[in-house]
Write a protein that binds this ligand. Structure first.
Ligand code: SER
Length: 316
């Protein structure tokens, strides 16, 4: 079957990489990139693009009607740190945007929908080590509880309307092709850019703040594996835990020093993002993803650091 894939939020950190990967697999003209802003150079020049505002129902309906997608990836969202500055806007975009897309996916009989959740669905009373799929969840950021509510809606649309929605709880994502936009885990991308430019970095998270993180190549591979898996293998219709690897800013800095020996890290000492990080798991248990659809991680910390530095150096 020929796929027609609509990616909403194509200019962001995940979207930039996902559009690229999907266009290589399905052909450029089969992947419609869309975003509220004008596209980046690479997206604009490799295939079709639409301006889409997920809060504008007429505009969104028009794009579904025009392209009749078989698959939709909804990546447009406000992340954790910006969400705390604009709580109502984050709730509206993350929730109303999702509901619009789920409704049109049902109306236009879309075969599969992907929607990203996050480690932010967990909160201060969730177990912090090897956080299991099912446990106490009391997220205290707007981003976190919009993702948790979104997970419930995804499962609801699957049960009630038979919509094939699939989702992953991404850890913090690290990649060289695009910058993250307003999250708590952004430090782990910024550190590389500043290490190469200035040889030093001031981290807004403290030295020993462990968080689950993942290299973008693994995250894209996990996403495509999940979307390619036969529907009966997808046992969880809310969102799958995805572990990645856990490390602290100090451990990441040490690894960077192995390649850039003069690199120095310092710590801001007070930043609102610290409280967000402290409320999240330090490590995740993703046994269900491994058992249900064969997930296996490839990139450990040394491999991530090497690949980031090689690719960023090439771009300098
Ligand atoms: N990386 C996201 C953030 O920091 C979490 O999903 O907001």
């Amino acid at each position: 079957m020929t796929e027609k894939i609509l990616v909403i939020g194509a200019n962001g950190q995940i979207g930039t990489e996902l559009v690229n990967a999907l266009r290589q697999i399905h052909g450029s003209d089969k992947v419609i990139a869309s975003d509220i802003k004008s596209p980046t150079f690479s997206i604009r020049h490799t295939g079709p693009f639409e301006i889409v505002n997920v809060l504008d129902e007429d505009n969104l309906h028009h794009v579904f009607n025009k392209h009749r997608p078989t698959q939709v990836y909804l990546l447009a969202a406000i992340l954790s740190a910006v969400g705390e500055q604009k709580p109502k806007m984050a709730w509206d975009l993350n929730m109303t945007g999702l509901l619009h897309v789920l409704d049109y996916a049902v109306e236009f009989k879309v075969n599969k929908v992907f929607w990203p959740s996050s480690i932010a669905v967990f909160g201060p009373h969730s177990p912090q080590q090897h956080t299991p799929q099912y446990c106490v969840m009391d997220p205290n950021t707007v981003y976190g509880f919009s993702k948790l509510a979104g997970e419930r809606w995804c499962e609801y649309y699957f049960n009630k309307y038979g919509l094939d929605v699939r989702s992953l709880r991404y850890p913090g994502l690290i990649g060289w092709r695009a910058n993250p936009g307003g999250g708590t885990t952004d430090y782990a991308v910024h550190i590389f850019h500043e290490a190469l430019k200035y040889g030093r970095y001031q981290s807004f998270l403290s030295a020993n703040t462990a968080l689950p993180m993942m290299y973008m190549d693994d995250a894209i591979r996990a996403t495509l594996m999940l979307m390619d898996a036969p529907a009966d293998k997808i046992k969880i219709r809310s969102s799958y835990n995805l572990a990645g690897i856990s490390f602290t800013p100090a451990q990441l800095a040490d690894q960077i020093k192995n390649i850039i020996p003069y690199f120095e890290i310092s710590y801001t000492g007070s930043d609102p993002r610290q409280a967000i990080a402290d409320s999240w798991p330090k490590s995740i248990d993703d046994a269900d993803a491994q058992n249900d659809w064969g997930w296996q991680l490839e990139y450990d910390l040394p491999k991530i650091v090497e690949d980031m530095i090689v690719n960023l150096r090439r771009g300098l």
